[in-house]
Design a protein around this ligand. Structure first.
Ligand SMILES: Cc1cc2nc3c(=O)[nH]c(=O)nc-3n(C[C@H](O)[C@H](O)[C@H](O)COP(=O)(O)OP(=O)(O)OC[C@H]3O[C@@H](n4cnc5c(N)ncnc54)[C@H](O)[C@@H]3O)c2cc1C
Length: 486
């Protein structure tokens, strides 16, 4: 048996040995919790079942191409993820746009009206979006005016009101005069990509959070950032380096099989005094004991690993649905797109990113199509997807018509995000459990954010904060963390 830090002597007076923690799960939530705990002087062991860190945001090799499992973007308002990038020394590798600029191509529009832009000026909120809305060609004048009025009504919603989570965003938009076209060409364009749900399936609470924070909190809040290197460079290699320098012991290919009290538990239910408050984590071939455990795994795995009594209603975790995201990868023999990315309307294509440089491709162009809400396509054969998407790309990008396709493949994430459905708020637990010393983290926990990198990092901070509080350790660095990035 090992202490989490390989310290000898479980019998030692707990005050005389350093506090120890085990973090289970090496996604962004777990990495963050491990760093935040280590930064406060806790001896941390991070255990990840897969051969790499990064969880749902990772890269793999396909011959000479380094491929991301899914295109990831973040916004300037994602202060926690921006702190994470800085903490792993990766901020320069995933820069933000100087100013929000999203080209929106409508495949169905007449020539000359095909390209619109969602952008912002430096004016104060909400005027920063006024010019963009006034010139957005994919909506009529009346629709644009109604969008403006709905945005102002959205801004007035109180995010702390739990009733918002019981309503659907689609219902609210319809009640505020939004046409089907306005929902498709504007609200869903943003909402599908950020929430992984169409408006009709999304909680008003989560949607209002995204639109208020992203578009209506500060002029630059929605400026978009994305990695110019493979995600694995940030979330695996650099994260690993930061963890090593913080003194965290990181073990990959190490799947946790159980979490329990180290016992013995006496007949009256009490635990030996020196064991009280400690936890035992089992992995194949090793047992680790620690003062605190952060369980930073997906909700289903958390449900299976949580000891009895740790949550009042653990079965609620199983009621949190999941939604898939599909990525379609196309390598052309020449350049067919001259922008870093665009969003599409009037086509099954949603968002298209140029991944050429990040992937290491030397000739031609590599495009990744990010397809959210992919329930209907996630299990379709590659051949069917190829038949559907290549002609669509030719419709959107005339230069693709003369180009040869050198590679076409797909990546499928069946449980990419939790479903942000109305009512999901009451299913998401906070960081603290009923079991002292055992904490939850993960994008799916109660951060107030949809399933994003931001939510994952925030959850890791919250779990570390709760653990440090219980351990009587300094927590000031966690408060400063968000301020630094802001
Ligand atoms: C295709 C795709 C596109 C996305 N696009 C975006 C985007 O553009 N912007 C954005 O912000 N977010 C995006 N997301 C969401 C984002 O990736 C996730 O919300 C975030 O990475 C989740 O991090 P996490 O640490 O909470 O969970 P996870 O990444 O799921 O990490 C949990 C980790 O726990 C490990 N684990 C599980 N069980 C055990 C066990 N028993 N023992 C040890 N380890 C275990 C898993 O292997 C995993 O590494 C996207 C997700 C996908 C899949």
């Amino acid at each position: 048996m090992n202490d989490a830090t390989q310290d000898e002597g479980l019998d030692a007076d707990s005050a005389s040995r350093p506090a120890t923690a085990v973090v289970v799960g090496g996604g962004l939530a777990g990495i963050t919790a491990a760093l935040a705990l280590a930064d406060a002087g806790v001896r941390v062991t991070l255990l990840e079942g897969r051969p790499r860190l990064g969880g749902l945001a990772f890269s793999f090799q396909r011959d000479a191409l380094t491929v991301d499992n899914g295109q990831h973007v973040y916004l300037r308002c994602c202060t926690a993820y921006r702190w994470f990038l800085g903490r792993v020394d990766g901020a320069d590798l995933a820069p933000l746009q100087a100013r929000l600029d999203v080209p929106v191509l409508d495949a169905g529009a007449k020539p000359g009206r095909r390209l619109g832009r969602i952008g912002r000026t430096a004016l104060p909120v909400p005027l920063h979006l006024a010019r963009s809305l006034a010139t957005y060609p994919h909506l009529s004048l009346a629709e644009r005016a109604k969008v403006g009025r709905a945005a102002l009504a959205l801004k007035r919603l109180d995010l702390a009101d739990p009733a918002l989570d019981t309503q659907s965003f689609g219902g609210w938009l319809a009640a505020h005069g939004q046409s089907e076209r306005a929902i498709e060409a504007l609200w869903d364009l943003v909402g599908v990509a950020t929430l992984n749900a169409v408006a009709g399936d999304a909680s008003l609470g989560l949607a209002a959070m995204v639109f208020k924070t992203g578009l209506l909190s500060a002029p630059g809040a929605a400026d978009i950032g994305w990695a110019r290197v493979p995600l694995g460079e940030l979330h695996d290699r650099l994260a690993r380096k930061a963890l090593d320098s913080a003194g965290v012991r990181t073990e990959v290919r190490t799947r946790v099989t159980s979490i329990s009290r180290p016992g013995p538990i006496h007949q009256d239910g009490s635990i030996s005094p020196h064991e009280n408050g400690r936890w035992r984590v089992q992995v194949p071939g090793e047992t680790l004991d620690a003062d605190a455990v952060v369980l930073a795994v997906p909700q289903r795995e958390a449900h299976d690993l949580l000891p009895e009594g740790a949550l009042d209603a653990p079965e609620r975790l199983l009621d949190i649905g999941t939604v898939p995201i599909l990525n379609i990868h196309v390598v052309y023999d020449r350049k067919v797109l001259s922008r870093p990315f665009f969003a599409a309307l009037g086509s099954p294509v949603q968002w298209v990113f140029d991944r050429t440089e990040a992937s290491g491709l030397k000739e031609g162009q590599y495009l990744a199509l990010s397809q959210s809400v992919a329930q209907d396509e996630i299990d379709e054969p590659v051949s069917a997807l190829r038949e559907r998407y290549l002609p669509e790309l030719e419709r959107l990008l005339p230069r693709a018509r003369d180009a040869a396709v050198q590679d076409f493949f797909v990546t499928r994430e069946r449980t990419a995000t939790f479903a942000p459905a109305p009512g999901v708020g009451r299913l998401r637990p906070g960081a603290r459990t009923e079991a002292p010393g055992l904490y939850l983290a993960g994008a799916w926990t109660a951060t107030g954010w949809p399933a994003t990198m931001e939510s994952a990092v925030r959850s890791g901070v919250s779990a570390a904060d709760a653990a440090l509080d219980a351990l009587g350790r300094p927590r000031d660095h966690l408060v400063e963390l968000f301020e630094e990035a802001a």
